[in-house]
Write a protein that binds this ligand. Sequence first.
Ligand code: AMP
Ligand code: MG
Length: 377
Amino acid sequence: MDHRGRTGGCRTTRRPPRPARAPTVLLLALLALAAGTACRRDAGTPARAPKLEAGFLAMGGIPIHVRAWDADPVAFAAAVDGFRVELERQESILSVHRAGSTLSRLNGAGGAAVPVAPDTLALLELAAECAAETGGAFDPTVGPLLAAWKEAARSGVEPTAERIAAARASVGMQRVHADDDGRSGGTVRLEPPTTLDLGGIAKGWFADLGLARLRAAGLRRGLVELGGDLSAYDDRPQPEPFRVGVRDPSRTDGFLGTLAIDGGSVVTSGDYERGYDVGGRHFNHIIDPRSGRPASGLRAVTLQAPTGARADALATAVMVLGERDGWAFLARTPDAGAVLVVGDPAAPDGLRIRVTPDLRERFEPDAARRASLDPSP
Ligand code: AMP
Ligand code: MG
């Protein structure tokens, strides 16, 4: 999957990552006193709790940061190392840019059933659930439409209505057939010319895999950040919140504010950094499967949900749904909350920030962005 240049951000991890493919034992496994090393936003960290940190690059350059508190350094290093190896395995399964990956084989199978591992099947089932729940706004079969817009970026001409209609005909999760044998995985078959691209859910899911490793190693407070998407937990008797930066879509190095979360995941989808330039216009890399056109209206969505996979998929979906339908979707989805950044010419700097009621107390806008907060209920 193409994960390069993702949006989103966590204020707790501004340190540049070390080079990829470094020796197995941790690239950066430093035991530090939090007071000395935490960045200004990491206020949830207990003042003197020993913190362990690791950073590396994976999957073609995504910076990964892992943190744990009050933890045994040996157990931490082993958990992070296991996570790094796991990510390599996942890339070899899910990358649509690697010829031999499971997904590439599936996409090129011409309708034949392809064996898939149990965890890949579970991810696909989760993706299908998110697709159903969002009325198809999140849809991992959107690949042919992505291809049409990539082609447009190359030629400088928008796809014709016929081209879009032809691509749309192969989009829809009803064209994906999974056969779960309940033990060793199962098989998946795609109705040609349908293809699968899990780029809208995989990174959040990878963060969950990292957390699972930390928990399995007995670490009681942990955090995994993958290129801006973050999953965290605190199982200690007196947990403390994590403070996560919400990135400013108009300034790639800036933040709109801070979200305090007790655990779970925070994922950002946005229209910046990635996308298509066609004939001088910039288009979103997220495609609305219903119209076949790039999503528009929302500049960014920072979404909180219990798991990274769910947060990732729903953030992509809300970008597609736009302000009105995305807001309505969030209102009927009790385990998800979000900070919506709406492109609004009447708002300061053209940005209006709308926060769902469940996160209002938890979102602290930066002083310069206070005037951008939408006061409506
Ligand atoms: P994200 O950055 O998580 O919002 O994911 C964006 C990526 O998901 C894109 O680069 C595509 O690979 C894929 N994608 C684009 N549009 C959709 C969509 N409507 N549903 C699911 N995946 C999508
Ligand atoms: Mg996503």
